[in-house]
Unconditional design. Structure first.
Length: 145
């Protein structure tokens, strides 16, 4: 008997999701993810505390090792967070001119999702669920899923 799973549509092809519990897969994906993350940190002009918060509150030692070496093996959680951030970054750059795309995360936002705070504050406070909500919001605004 075939079972059908009810999976929320988040715009992913579930047949191609990498197995992030596999150490070799995480090692293969980590370098590009780390590079992408720190490019986004630079574009969004984030301070170290906010960047650490986006990674799930990693320790100072872990963060600065990643920042300096630009290599290492990320955890499943860190890779997932960075994947969401890359999607958010991409959506912002499709929706807005570069200057606004780079500032949008730090600006106070009247959307009820943010309660008058910045999307960045929402992501740091809300973690992965907030990242998913922001990604969905932006994808919907650009006519995606």
């Amino acid at each position: 008997m075939n079972a059908i799973l009810a999976v929320p549509d988040i715009g992913l092809d579930l047949r191609r999701i990498p197995n992030l519990s596999d150490a070799a897969t995480r090692k293969r994906l980590s370098h590009a993810a780390i590079e992408g993350f720190f490019q986004i940190v630079e574009k969004w002009q984030l301070n170290n505390d906010d960047a650490m918060g986006l990674l799930g509150g990693v320790s100072h030692g872990r963060y600065f090792t990643l920042k300096k070496a630009r290599r290492g093996v990320l955890t499943q959680d860190e890779l997932t967070r960075i994947s969401f951030l890359i999607g958010i970054y991409k959506a912002l750059n499709i929706l807005f001119a570069r200057k606004l795309a780079d500032q949008w995360m730090s600006l106070a936002n009247s959307n009820p999702l943010f309660n008058g705070t910045s999307p960045m504050a929402s992501l740091i406070e809300g973690g992965l669920p907030a990242m998913l909500q922001v990604r969905r919001l932006l994808d919907n605004r650009r006519g995606g899923r």
